[in-house]
Design a protein around this ligand. Structure first.
Ligand code: ATP
Ligand code: MG
Length: 647
């Protein structure tokens, strides 16, 4: 039943990677990873080129993951200095402000280099040394990228905390990694609303466990008056502006940590994922070039926040290591109206656009008109990341946003993986809506059953990765045992992703949702993604979330939460119609036992549906919601609990 979108001929003719390249290089990459990655590693600038390439064992007795272990490099040199001779005047970052009436900014590679060096010198003058942790709590402004790269320049390990988090969450993350310094701003601005960033930091630093922080650097952004506590608090411009615009980079070993980043917390308490310098940077850069078919004159825009791994790998490190022009957007998709994304695309002539299904569904809910009144003629490639994209949303993205012209790369990966693992290469792989398609070079996905038996051919099971890739995380900060237990214990000798997946007869991978979310109805395993996509394919449904609940006869029943398209009215008839619709699309086994209207769904701050919370509501156990600190809008939960349908 799945349709195929072949690679457009014109696209294939100019692509970085063709179908023949993919086939040949993929085969080499898994047959001889040392030769393959040794060659790819030459795309970085090493102060000492690696002679050792891959040194990996997933065996619990002899566990190690090391890439390029004798190589030395600095990530900021690779993102900046290396480009100065040939791309000094090229725009590295375009900043699009929250307020569309305010002036966008263009920052050249030369200017970015100078700004990073100044801040790096300032950090050194404040006593920040190689290995120290620095927390970055900033809005989507140029200084966020500057701060990350300045840390990299002096060898400090950054921990970016999403600017939408509250004091509690900042304090947890600061305490977990023992930050010495925090870089924040007076205020953030999102959708016309002010976010009191500095005040949030002040509140966080009153909480226990945060006494490691010696200095808070404050960027003047909105110009609001904030409380400065001397000598702890310093204005960013006062310490950075007077510094020299050159700064000797710290020589880093490839395996020295680059950053710690906490996962988005869909499944529980966030984990402090640690990535290292050489493998991570290489993998982010190489995937960015191949998956987005990058060309020198592209204007590339990833709408993620730098607080998530997508922002790290595909706004900052990947694009800048490739000398690309990367757009940093301060705002939100629906401010001042639902045309904002497309107005920004037109304003800056964006060619590559990368966003999340949650945004696509939210825009789809408002219909085609806000899209169609913009041009979008500059676009040539679209991307998706973060959750399974429902085929309905995929088609809308392809047809309405891309006018049927632009391939859609559905990129599957995780904070833990550092970069994209499964995705089409747009000039090489035919697309199927809803499928992340095929593995990237060097990546060996496999499906296993509950006992860990490898499944062959077309099958459905738990997604594992059989061997390492350079961008793989190296540890959970401060808890190496948790790293091994979480990812290598369930299926010994394999990296367990936690996601369920189906592989079709063409070898294409379809993520079916998180393994913990799989519903077992009378012995049939049903992925949440499939039922949700069936619901979303109904013209009146904008978004749906499906969970299991204990059922006397079937073992588990299906409980669905449904958000309607703007302007549609909830009714008992529609409810019956939707149940019948799922029955028709998938079969009676998948028809929901209960369906609840949900004007909003509980989501992480990165926009992912938190099914574990919906499961507790369906089970009528609202007192067991677990860690809710990463919820974007806790009030959604209260209203769902109140309107729960009695199971
Ligand atoms: P936590 O690990 O704390 O529960 P999280 O898993 O949401 O949080 P991330 O690393 O941001 O944190 O998300 C990775 C997960 O997102 C993947 O494991 C997968 O479930 C989902 N995901 C990401 N991209 C895709 C995609 N293209 N298709 C399907 N699922 C995706
Ligand atoms: Mg996860």
């Amino acid at each position: 039943m799945s349709d195929v979108y072949p690679v457009p001929e014109a696209f294939a003719a100019q692509a970085n990677v063709t179908a023949a390249d993919y086939e040949r290089d993929y085969a080499e990459s898994v047959r001889d990873p040392d030769a393959f990655w040794g060659r790819i590693a030459q795309r970085l600038e090493w102060s000492r080129p690696p002679t050792r390439i891959r040194d990996v064992s997933f065996d619990r007795e002899d566990f190690r993951i090391r890439w390029f272990a004798d190589g030395e490099l600095n990530a900021s040199v690779n993102c900046l200095d290396r480009h100065l001779a040939t791309r000094g005047d090229k725009t590295a970052l375009i900043w699009e402000p929250d307020d569309p009436a305010a002036e966008p900014k263009h920052v050249s590679y030369r200017e970015l280099h100078a700004r990073v060096c100044k801040l790096a010198n300032a950090l050194r003058s404040l006593g920040v040394k190689k290995g120290d942790r620095v927390t970055i709590y900033l809005p989507m402004i140029v200084e966020a990228a500057v701060a990350m790269l300045a840390c990299a320049r002096v060898g400090a390990i950054h921990s970016v905390v999403f600017g939408g988090f509250a004091p509690n969450s900042i304090a947890d993350r600061v305490a977990d990694c023992g930050s010495k310094l925090i870089i924040t701003a007076d205020e953030g601005l999102r959708g016309g609303r002010k976010v009191p960033l500095k005040a949030n930091v002040d509140a966080a630093l009153k909480m226990p466990g945060t006494q490691s922080v010696e200095t808070v650097l404050v960027v003047r952004h909105t110009g609001a008056a904030v409380d400065m506590q001397m000598p702890r608090d310093r204005w960013y411009d006062a310490v950075a502006d007077g510094q020299p615009g050159e700064c000797e980079p710290e020589r880093m070993n490839a395996e020295d940590p680059l950053f710690i980043l906490y996962t988005s917390g869909s499944t529980g308490k966030p984990k402090g994922v640690l990535h290292t310098t050489g493998g991570y940077l290489l993998y982010a850069a190489y995937t960015h070039e191949a998956v987005f078919d990058l060309r020198e004159d592209d204007i590339y825009w990833c709408t993620a926040d730098v607080g998530w791994v997508t922002g790290h790998s595909y706004i900052v490190y990947g694009p800048l290591a490739n000398g690309a022009t990367s757009l940093v957007f301060e705002g939100v998709p629906n401010y001042p109206d639902y045309s904002r994304f497309w107005n920004v695309v037109d304003r800056h002539k964006v060619t590559i656009f990368y966003t999340a299904p949650t945004a696509i569904r939210a825009l789809m809910r408002e219909g085609a008109e806000p899209v169609k009144k913009t041009s979008r003629a500059s676009l040539r490639l679209l991307g998706s990341v973060g959750e399974p994209i429902n085929p309905e949303a995929w088609r809308w993205y392809h047809e309405v946003v891309g006018d049927g012209r632009c391939p859609v790369v559905d990129t599957w990966w995780q904070t833990e993986t550092g970069g994209i693992l499964i995705s089409p290469l747009p000039g090489a792989v035919d697309l199927k809506p809803g499928s992340a398609t095929l593995p990237f070079f060097g990546v060996q996905p496999a499906l296993v059953d509950a006992e860990g038996k490898l499944l062959e051919g077309a099958a459905e099971g738990n997604l594992v990765i059989l061997d390492s890739w350079p961008g793989q995380m190296r540890t959970v900060h401060g808890d190496h045992q948790r790293f091994i237990d979480t990812y290598f214990k369930t299926y010994p000798g394999m990296y367990f992703t936690g996601d369920g997946c189906r592989r079709d007869e063409d070898g294409y991978y379809w993520i079916t949702g998180r393994v913990d979310d799989v519903i077992n109805v009378s012995g049939h395993r049903i992925g949440t993604a499939e039922v949700e996509s069936a619901l979303v394919s109904h013209p009146k449904v904008a978004e749906a979330a499906v969970v299991g609940f204990p059922h006397d006869i079937k073992g588990q029943g299906i409980y669905a939460y449904v958000t309607l398209v703007a302007g549609e009215v909830e009714s008992d008839e529609l409810l019956k119609e939707l149940v019948a619709h799922v029955r028709k699309e998938i079969g009676p086994i998948a028809s929901p036992d209960f369906l609840q209207w949900a004007p909003g769904l509980p989501k992480t701050r990165s926009g992912k549906i938190m099914r574990r919370i919906l499961r507790k509501i369906a089970e009528n156990a609202p007192d067991q919601l677990g860690d809710t600190s990463t919820l974007a809008d806790p009030s959604v939960v209260e209203s769902l609990v109140k309107n729960r349908r009695d199971a």
